[in-house]
Design a protein around this ligand. Structure first.
Ligand SMILES: Cc1cc2nc3c(=O)[nH]c(=O)nc-3n(C[C@H](O)[C@H](O)[C@H](O)COP(=O)(O)OP(=O)(O)OC[C@H]3O[C@@H](n4cnc5c(N)ncnc54)[C@H](O)[C@@H]3O)c2cc1C
Length: 440
């Protein structure tokens, strides 16, 4: 992975999306500079990514892309103590209160905290020749004209300066201020879609006791009709990372008794069982409020400005219940790599947003469509959404007993197969038969 190209690219934000972007840009640009507001030489959680204290499931599509970009990634994370398991055989998943039937899926679950995933990706990325990091440095504005971005104004210790760049990529996350920066240049600003979910998370680490969960490595209890759900994954250092979730303002409490009581109301008892039998809690319970999913529709800008791209949560921040964010950021990074490999930076923004938008669309439709199952979520329940949700409900029921449906359903949810895989005639037959409400 040596820098063979020419020119300078600047990536704003050194989260997962920013690192993956720097990695693919290093194939094309001689120099790639990452600009990050937080200090990155300190251990532990950091201000810029409060979500890092909550459970982060890595879908298999995201993992395989990371493996492709950083050969040996999975083994490296596993070598640092993160368990791996075949999804559904070594893990449990409950939909509608019933367990999805254990079967071979060909999917690897890599169970690590977000700080561990991020630190491995960061170490690999910063080892690439030509990639440098400026941490403790805040991006403040874009430099250029209404047609072209030529650099970025950054500030460290209140000392602003302009970094000239051939390409600036915004990976500053869901609170991105790029719209403001583009408006200041009088450049096109992306329209936004929002879906209000008022989701609350509360999370805590526990020391694992031997034999818990029959030695399965994780359990996910998907949100049921009451909007409550949760997950527990066994992460590095033999800990459980437990996250409870509640939709539409019904947020899990942060006192230990309330936390355990909330866990007892989930559609399956497994997480409550872990909490009450764990050897010891290891920290305080931490809350997080996620008010809305947001999608900034850069692909709808008539003439996107040259020299500037956005990706990751800065483009689309999904309801975290579906664990899509890191994997879609990885898909966007691959789309960028392919666009650069095809015809370089010529018309890059329009080509990139068209290519990346296809992945974002799939995940956005899956997650917002699911959110619209809840009457309290405001949104357009088109006939397509209603039919899809009825069909997905049948697939859930069929997955409790039919291994083929379970396998395909999980592969689609992991972004490894397209949703159309569930519509294949043989699959549709199984779903409609086994998923009918009268089927036993
Ligand atoms: C509660 C919660 C749970 C989640 N769970 C999952 C999950 O289970 N699975 C999953 O795949 N995804 C999950 N996600 C989403 C996931 O965290 C992100 O989609 C993914 O990490 C990509 O984010 P990002 O890199 O685009 O942005 P971020 O992770 O937000 O990183 C942005 C970076 O930019 C820096 N920054 C911000 N502003 C500036 C500035 N002006 N100048 C310089 N630097 C700046 C920040 O410090 C940060 O380092 C979850 C999200 C939330 C909120």
């Amino acid at each position: 992975m040596s820098a063979e190209g020419s020119g300078h690219a600047v990536v704003l934000g050194a989260g997962i999306a920013g690192m993956l972007t720097a990695r693919v840009l290093s194939d094309h640009f001689a120099r790639v500079t990452l600009v990050e507001r937080d200090p990155l030489d300190e251990e532990g959680s950091r201000r810029g990514v409060p979500q890092a204290r909550h459970l982060h499931g890595l879908l298999d599509r995201g993992r395989t892309i990371m493996e492709e970009l950083y050969p040996g990634f999975t083994a490296r994370v596993a070598g640092l103590g993160a368990p791996t398991a075949e999804a559904l055989l070594g893990t449990r998943w409950y939909l509608g209160g019933l367990r999805v039937t254990p079967t071979s899926t060909g999917l690897t679950s890599l169970m690590a905290t977000r700080p561990l995933l991020e630190s491995v990706i960061r170490d690999h990325t910063l080892a690439i020749p030509g990639v440098t990091l400026r941490d403790r440095t805040t991006a403040k504005a874009l430099a250029g004209t209404a047609r072209e971005v030529t650099g970025v104004v950054v500030s460290r210790d209140d000392d602003p300066r302009t970094l000239a760049a051939d390409l600036v990529v915004d990976a500053t996350g869901r609170a991105s201020r790029a719209s403001e920066w583009l408006r200041a240049l009088e450049a096109p600003v992306p329209p936004q879609d929002r879906v209000e979910v008022d989701l609350g998370y509360a999370s805590r680490f526990y020391r694992r006791s031997p034999g818990q969960l029959d030695d399965h490595s994780s359990v996910i209890i998907s949100t049921g009709p009451n909007g409550r759900g949760g997950g527990a994954i066994r992460v590095e250092d033999d800990r459980w990372h437990v996250t409870l979730a509640g939709m539409l303002g019904d947020h899990p409490p942060t006192d230990p008794a309330g936390f355990a009581a909330f866990a007892a109301t989930l559609a399956a008892p497994d997480i409550h069982g872990i909490i009450i039998t764990a050897a010891a809690p290891l920290d305080d319970i931490v809350p997080h409020r996620f008010r809305h999913s947001i999608r900034r529709r850069y692909e709808r800008c008539d003439a996107p400005i040259d020299g500037f791209l956005a990706l990751g949560d800065a483009v689309c921040s999904f309801n975290p219940l579906y664990a899509q964010g890191m994997s879609v950021a990885a898909q966007q990074a691959l789309a960028l790599r392919d666009c650069l490999a095809a015809t370089g930076t010529k018309d890059l923004p329009a080509r990139f947003y068209a290519a990346a938008g296809r992945f974002v669309d799939v995940a956005w439709q899956m997650s917002t469509g699911s959110d619209l199952r809840y009457p309290g979520v405001v949104g357009d329940r088109t006939a397509r959404v209603r039919v899809t949700n009825a069909y997905v409900g049948a697939a859930h029921r069929a997955a409790h007993t039919d291994p083929k449906v379970a396998r395909t359903f999980l592969r689609v949810a992991n972004l490894v197969e397209p949703p159309a895989a569930l519509l294949h005639p043989a699959m549709a037959g199984r779903i409609l038969l086994r998923g009918s409400r009268n089927h036993r």
